[in-house]
Design a binder for this molecule. Structure first.
Ligand code: SF4
Length: 459
């Protein structure tokens, strides 16, 4: 286990972690590299090529704009969402950008960003190549990045070595599978959230961990609340209307905790997820969980627990996030969280599995019940394809989060009614998800060349 929960839960912007956050980080990272190699002062022009899925659906996911923001020196967690469009438009209007906020270079997005739809770089469907030139047009530097899901980026060498990081930190509970997680939980007598907390202590203080988890929680919930209030159509040709504000108004007419229809709680859960994913589709501030496309599920289930389950108030969100993070890291390390690699089972499926585990944990589940909840959350998302209509993270993504949030609650409840004993293990379901993803036609892996994407008539 080489990742921290803070690597998995990244504060960023919509609409896509792999197609927006990752490319933006790549642009900003390129600037850092140029400084490090002493080349920054000689740069006069940059060309960027996008490959595979980034080329197929990059326009709908703002990949081109995100790269420009990164080259300007902006970062996903700090950029002001209200400034995103003006910053990009200024580059289009002038045919130039202020590299790293300091050095004016020639860059016209229409000419210098190329979408190579039918070409792939060797290691992942989401490839980007940056070519940097000096004032004479000579090549100064060339760098390939892959955006491998959840906002993570790797270079050619890291991808070849199949390693995300070179971390050598010794963790007290260094589990790399569901089976090892359970074995260590038995040995230690600790719940999963506590083991992960002790792992995090290898990197930061207890206070920093608490504050970091609170910040993630608060950013998620601020996103839900913003989604309750902003009306209008989402960006893109589909002109999808935001539904969360109207639904919020209707549901608010009754007390959130008292219902004649006991299933009305599901309306609230769905609303929470819709609110987040509409914000995400509009390019707002969201947290990868584990990706942007699936960002509504963890906040929705966590908010459900806080609002509707009296036992789950206080700082239970920390245990929820630590447990959900542990499960997400296992998927990241053993399978994939990239829709371009394994379809939507790697995004919404993983988020459902994470949220189910988080909920089971704060409801007092044993480690076996938590692992069972995570397994159920994925088992019934196996085979889920990624086919966003018009390349936008809107249809089916927004509603799909609402459906999966409810499914996660159901998975946790089924697991908690059981003894923890079950036939299909989390490791088996993760392996199945990965295999299914590899077998899946690329048409169903974030290329918008199959499924709903070709069966919906464009407006
Ligand atoms: S269909 Fe799923 S994987 Fe594909 S963009 Fe939407 S949320 Fe992401």
């Amino acid at each position: 286990m080489e990742l921290s929960v803070f690597d998995l839960f990244k504060i960023g912007i919509g609409p896509s972690s792999s197609h927006t956050v990752g490319p933006m980080r790549a642009g900003a990272f390129l600037v850092e590299k140029l400084r490090k190699h002493g080349l920054f002062g000689r740069v006069k022009h940059i060309r960027v090529e996008l490959f595979g899925s980034l080329a197929s659906t990059g326009k709908g996911h703002n990949t081109d704009k995100a790269i420009v923001w990164g080259l300007l020196g902006e970062h996903p967690d700090t950029i002001d969402p209200a400034q995103e469009e003006p910053l990009y438009q200024a580059v289009v209007d002038t045919g130039s950008l202020l590299l790293g906020g300091e050095r004016r270079i020639r860059f016209a997005p229409g000419e210098d960003l190329t979408f190579r739809e039918n070409e792939l770089l060797p290691f992942h469907p989401n490839g980007m190549r940056f070519t940097v030139e000096d004032a004479h047009g000579a090549e100064l530097y060339r760098k390939v990045f892959y955006s491998i899901g959840g906002g993570f980026i790797v270079g050619n060498k890291t991808a070849r070595d199949d390693q995300l990081t070179k971390e050598s930190t010794r963790l007290p509970w260094d589990f790399n599978s569901g089976a090892e997680m359970l074995e260590m939980a038995h040995r230690s007598g600790l719940p999963i959230s506590k083991m992960i907390f002790e792992n995090e202590r290898a990197w930061r203080s207890a206070e920093e961990i608490g504050a970091g988890l609170d910040r993630i929680h608060d950013t998620m919930q601020a996103c839900v609340e913003r989604g309750f209030t902003v009306r209008g159509d989402l960006p893109g040709r589909l002109r999808v209307e935001r539904r969360a504000p109207d639904l919020y108004e209707r549901l608010s007419r009754q007390n959130e905790g008292a219902f004649a229809d006991p299933l009305a709680v599901l309306d609230w859960v769905g609303l929470y997820a819709l609110a987040v994913n509409e914000e995400n589709a509009a390019g707002g501030r969201v947290v990868t969980a584990p990706t942007n496309g699936a960002a509504g599920i963890v906040p929705a289930v966590m908010r459900y627990a806080e609002k509707f389950l009296p036992a789950c108030n206080g700082a239970r969100h920390r245990s929820f996030l630590l447990t959900a993070g542990a499960i997400g890291i296992l998927y990241k390390e053993r399978a994939s969280i990239s829709g371009a690699e394994v379809g939507c089972q790697g995004e919404v499926g993983v988020a459902c599995s994470m949220a189910a585990a988080g909920l089971a944990e704060i409801l007092g589940g044993t480690p076996e019940q938590v692992e069972n909840a995570a397994e159920i959350g994925m088992e019934h998302n196996l085979g889920l394809t990624c086919d966003p209509v018009d390349g936008l993270v809107q249809i089916p993504c927004i509603e799909r989060n609402a459906m999966a949030a409810v499914k996660a609650i159901n998975a946790a409840r089924i697991a908690l009614y059981g003894s923890g004993h079950h036939l299909v293990s989390l490791d088996q379901v993760m392996a199945t998800m990965k295999q299914t993803g590899l077998d899946m036609s690329s048409r169903y892996k974030e290329t918008s060349k199959g499924g709903l994407a070709i069966n919906i008539t464009e407006c």
